[in-house]
Design a protein around this ligand. Structure first.
Ligand SMILES: Nc1nc2c(c(=O)[nH]1)N[C@H]1C(S)=C(S)[C@@H](COP(=O)(O)O)O[C@H]1N2
Ligand SMILES: [Mo]
Length: 302
């Protein structure tokens, strides 16, 4: 069969096809790598001591925000189906010992842990997700930041071929999507770089192959599909802050007492149920993180 194809296919196309087959195998490799680790349960599981009620996986993987694909949650899932994460790397630069490029293989060497976290979107819905990932602080230690490094900035992939909204005449947001944390927030043990959820690799729509998860902040801080991390002296502007500074602050700590200008943040709709519950300060992580903001006015630094 191969021989026949070779004869009837011009040499160039034949070669292209072989390249394509090779590409396909490579694409399998990085998700297969994550998959094999997760299937082997090669991570520390979360005993869920807080007895959080985990959201049905179908809701967490279908009700998504990923504007690069689409602002329509259903379309985002559809467009993300063939998201190509082959040869994914994260570039580290800025105020560090020396610039560094890490592959997924490098990242998967950090200790993987399951973390069952509350997740609260600024749109006033919430869920509980069992993520699998590593603490961002491990990556920061490896980057060896110098004394000037006060902020950590993250950037999502920019690829007009893969992200329809980046290719639109009037893109919804200024791309690439960027987010940032203060260094002490980035080093906090709750701050996770997730590669999986529900014991499986992340799917495209949830930010494959690697995304941030900051459980005490509104969901938009948890930037997806990260390709670049920069260590900076000054606080950078972030995507949603640039979009509407009066609506989305740099800190974006979950706070029921600070309303969004167009809606209250006192309550939240629980995904996959008919219930509404009270929103908690720092999304229920007050004990763990409030000291980071001691003496700060959370109404001004929202
Ligand atoms: N690159 C990128 N990251 C992103 C977004 C986005 O549109 N683009 N949406 C954010 C918002 S608003 C939320 S609520 C969470 C949603 O994560 P989930 O879809 O996995 O639940 O991703 C955040 N990270
Ligand atoms: Mo969100």
């Amino acid at each position: 069969m191969k021989e026949i194809i070779k004869h009837i296919t011009p040499e160039k196309i034949y070669k292209k096809r072989r390249e394509f087959i090779k590409l396909g195998a490579g694409a399998l490799l990085s998700s297969a790598l994550i998959k094999s680790k997760l299937m082997a349960l090669d991570f520390k599981s979360d005993e869920n001591l807080g007895e959080l009620k985990i959201t049905n996986e179908k809701f967490a993987t279908n009700y998504v925000n990923f504007y690069e694909f689409s602002t329509d949650k259903r379309k985002a899932v559809e467009y993300a189906k063939n998201f190509n994460t082959k040869d994914w790397t994260i570039e580290l630069s800025g105020e560090i010992e020396k610039p560094l490029v890490l592959s997924m293989e490098d990242l998967l060497k950090f200790p993987l842990e399951e973390r069952i976290y509350r997740f609260r979107c600024v749109e006033a819905w919430s869920m509980v997700v069992p993520w699998v990932g590593f603490e961002l602080r491990h990556l920061i230690e490896k980057a060896k930041p110098n004394k000037n490094a006060k902020f950590v900035k993250f950037t999502t992939l920019f690829d007009k071929n893969q992200f329809p909204d980046q290719n639109a005449i009037f893109p919804t947001l200024k791309y690439p999507y960027v987010e940032a944390l203060r260094m002490d927030e980035a080093l906090h043990p709750l701050t996770l770089m997730a590669v999986g959820m529900y014991k499986k690799p992340l799917q495209g729509q949830n930010g494959a192959p690697v995304r941030l998860v900051v459980p005490w902040k509104y969901g938009f801080k948890s930037i997806k599909s990260i390709v670049k991390i920069e260590f900076l002296k000054e606080q950078p502007k972030t995507t949603w802050e640039l979009y509407a500074p009066n609506e989305y602050g740099f800190y974006a700590n979950v706070n029921p007492e600070v309303s969004h200008p167009r809606w209250s943040q006192e309550n939240e709709r629980v995904l996959g149920s008919f219930s509404v519950q009270e929103t908690l300060l720092f999304n229920g992580y007050e004990k763990e993180v409030s000291s980071l903001y001691a003496g700060m006015d959370l109404k001004i630094n929202f």
